[in-house]
Design a protein around this ligand. Structure first.
Ligand SMILES: [Zn+2]
Length: 283
């Protein structure tokens, strides 16, 4: 009975706590269920202060966190996908996600400074058609890599994609896998550092192309990283699959990822890497 009363009291307290916080001011942690004030969550870069769970970040918020203020110059803001196959409802979905995410496409590219060091960047937003790569996303990333190669800049590409190659553009999306990988090879030949940052989720055709060919591959803690999803992998039943087999830490322990870096340490880690490979001035 004591245990039951204690549980009842705890539940009552949690309920009172919930009722005391008006809607829109708090977020419940998806991992530990802690109730976190949104202003505290913003301060912690959307990392749960109790359990360290990394919430997904929009590309714009991540860009603001990674690039020094007032240094970002965007590339190719007007490059957007059309509807080459006349895929049902594709234009409506593009319009919906442009309004929802506030970006014309699922990636933002450009150049700026990271702790004073010049760098090119590409950041995908997993909220825009699941961060999938259509013609425009592939083209923008390839152009960013080519710009970095011609200017001698390091490139940091942040992956957030649960959708892989965008099915609405069919083969044209699949072509982007080869195009971005070839651009990454030219960046490598130019002697420029390419750091790939894998965030939750980094899956399918995006992981199977540019996201996994970085010179250094960093992952955020607890991110889902893989080619085929866990459900499909289990259905294939080729081997027994451990519970954590597509998480960052598993991928690091098995050689797919070089390091797992908490979000708060990402910017200084990138600056150290750029400084080490490109020198103190970064280029
Ligand atoms: Zn938590």
């Amino acid at each position: 009975m004591t245990w039951f009363r204690r549980r009842l009291k705890a539940s009552h307290t949690a309920h009172q706590k919930l009722e005391a916080v008006p809607d829109g001011l708090w977020t419940k942690c998806l991992k530990c269920t802690e109730i976190i004030f949104n202003r505290d969550l913003e301060k912690s870069l959307k990392v749960c202060p109790k359990c360290g769970y990394h919430f997904r970040l929009s590309a714009r918020v991540r860009l603001a966190g990674l690039i020094d203020p007032d240094t970002f110059v965007e590339y190719d803001a007007k490059v957007v996908s059309g509807d080459p196959l006349g895929f049902p409802e594709y234009p409506a979905k593009l319009a919906r996600d442009r309004a929802k995410v506030g970006m014309p496409e699922a990636v933002v590219t450009g150049e700026g400074r990271i702790e004073g060091l010049p760098a090119a960047v590409g950041i995908t937003d997993s909220g825009f058609l699941m961060g999938s790569m259509g013609s425009a996303v592939g083209e923008k990333l390839a152009r960013a890599m080519e710009a970095a190669a011609s200017k001698g800049l390091p490139l940091v590409a942040v992956c957030g994609s649960g959708g892989g190659a965008r099915m609405h553009e069919g083969l044209l999306s699949l072509m982007q896998m080869a195009k971005t990988t070839a651009a990454a090879a030219r960046l490598h030949q130019a002697g420029c550092l390419f750091v790939s940052v894998l965030t939750d989720p980094s899956m399918a055709g995006v992981l199977a192309s540019w996201a996994s060919v970085g010179d250094i591959i960093i992952a955020e803690p607890g991110a889902l990283i893989g080619f085929t999803g866990q459900r499909v992998s289990r259905q294939a039943q080729v081997i027994d699959i451990p519970e954590d087999f597509q998480l960052s830490e598993f991928q690091r322990d098995h050689g797919m990822v070089d390091m797992v870096v908490a979000r708060g340490d990402l910017k200084p880690t990138l600056a150290r890497l750029i400084s080490f490979f490109h020198g103190e001035k970064g280029a």
